[in-house]
Design a protein around this ligand. Structure first.
Ligand code: UD1
Length: 423
């Protein structure tokens, strides 16, 4: 298994291009199932999770042609199975996103209950309840969701908590339903908006994406379209934190600052200077390598968009381990999302966990050690800690990082970090 070896202590400087968002690309690939016409996609990140999804879609009969770097065309004119088998979906929870499209277009789906990051129980009851409200008959049998319907019918669906993939699944299903569907308490994440934009290009009638009420008027079929995936705000946020921690001056390109308001706000609280234009974000900071007092501790509390994203929590925890005072990180979306704490403690971090809150006391310095990546964002936080730690850090089990960060070590090397992948 691959490892990353990182020598800490180097400020980051330079420019880096932000990739397309994994969490937008995954549902958009599934939207390819909704039409027999070609769907041309650009800015698709080259990631392990994307390869897993493409493999699953190909298993169902979708033809994928790779048109160039980060560009592909999906052709779902000949789907021969409506099943997503356990072996293919166990590593990725987002495979649940094939359920809505399959049911909407073919009236049948058999999808294994998903796996994915081990960050809590993460049920899919709201996906199922929503589809049932649209008339689907659904049973769970032998670990599979068995769903069938003659024709989905529009419905008013209230989701009692905000779910990103739940909103996406129901929105995709509703595009081909008979009549109008209203999703209440819908997720407002930029990735939901990006999916809606792609569906609209395919001919869907959707209003309100980005607000908490989305209205979808069903149409009889969807057609060909071309869409570029929105930038990855979590990847961007991770590099911004890296620069704030190490000090230096970096510029991210192909990124939209307005998708990162909560993160940029918190970065400014640390003392970093953040500026942006339409297509780029720059951050400069003195960083902790020049003294601990240069980075102020900042407390964060995760909540659905536009509040602070749970996918950035671990990175801010890393930042706080070397900041000047005491901060708290409160996780309200997932239970069990503090698995990075133990590993950070191995690097010398001072963190206590009480329920869903971690209390982090900034220490003078971290020290390199061997640590193990646990889930995707936890792994990113270990990379950040390693960038400021004294000496060498070895991060094992980095396949989690390959699920979500395109060419991480190349991009960090481009910014001056000393990081190497060891096979
Ligand atoms: C998506 C993102 C993930 C991010 C998360 C929250 C993708 C592929 N993944 O995950 O990176 O961390 O949003 O921003 O886009 N829940 C239920 N029942 C359901 C669905 C969800 O109880 O039917 C709960 C979950 O257990 C969790 C909360 O709702 O506590 C939010 O989960 P959700 O928004 O669905 O997360 P994902 O869509 O899986």
């Amino acid at each position: 298994m691959d490892k990353l070896v990182i020598q800490g202590g180097i400020p980051l400087n330079g420019e880096v291009r932000i990739s397309g968002a994994k969490n937008a690309a995954l549902p958009i690939l599934c939207a390819g199932l909704l039409t027999e016409a070609p769907l041309k996609l650009g800015n698709v990140p080259d990631l392990h999770d994307i390869a897993t999804m493409l493999k699953l879609l190909e298993h169902m009969g979708i033809k994928v042609s790779r048109d160039g770097q980060n560009q592909l065309t999906l052709d779902a004119s000949d789907i021969h199975t409506h099943e997503a088998p356990y072996d293919m979906v166990k590593t990725m929870r987002a495979s649940i996103l094939v359920l809505g499209p399959l049911l909407a277009r073919f009236g049948h789906a058999r999808v294994s209950l998903p796996g994915g990051c081990a960050i809590g129980s993460r049920p899919v009851d709201l996906h199922i309840k929503g589809l049932q409200a649209m008339g689907a008959e659904i049973h769970i049998e032998h670990g599979y969701i068995e769903a069938k319907v003659d024709k989905l019918k529009g419905a008013r669906i209230f989701m009692d908590l905000v779910t990103v993939t739940g909103t996406e699944n129901l929105m995709m299903a509703a595009t081909l339903a008979e009549g109008t569907t209203i999703l209440e308490n819908a997720a407002k994440e930029p990735e939901v908006v990006d999916l809606a934009e792609c569906l609209i290009k395919m001919g869907a009638q959707i209003e309100g994406a980005g607000s908490d009420v989305i209205t979808i008027k069903g149409v009889s079929s969807l057609g060909a379209a071309q869409h570029d995936v929105v930038c990855d705000r979590i990847e961007a946020g991770t590099y911004l934190v890296a620069a704030a921690m190490t000090g230096g001056n970096i510029r991210l390109q192909h990124v939209r600052a307005e998708l990162l308001d909560a993160v940029i706000d918190k970065l400014r609280e640390t003392g970093a200077t953040v500026t942006h234009d339409d297509n780029s974000i720059s951050v400069s900071s003195v960083g902790v390598l020049q003294g601990k007092g240069n980075l102020r501790s900042v407390s964060v509390r995760t909540a659905p968009h536009p509040a602070f994203p749970t996918d950035m929590q671990a990175q801010f925890m890393a930042l706080n381990t070397v900041a000047d005072a005491v901060a708290t990180v409160t996780e309200t979306i997932f239970e069990n999302r503090f698995m990075h704490v133990q590993e950070m403690q191995r690097l010398g971090a001072n963190i206590e966990v009480e329920g869903n809150t971690a209390i982090i006391r900034g220490t003078e310095f971290l020290e390199g050690a061997t640590v193990m990546a646990t889930d995707l964002r936890a792994s990113a936080s270990l990379v950040l800690a390693a960038l400021v730690a004294r000496g060498e850090t070895v991060i094992e089990r980095i396949y989690h990082l390959d699920r979500g960060y395109e060419r991480l070590e190349d991009k960090l090397t481009q910014l001056g970090a000393r990081i190497q992948r060891v096979k």
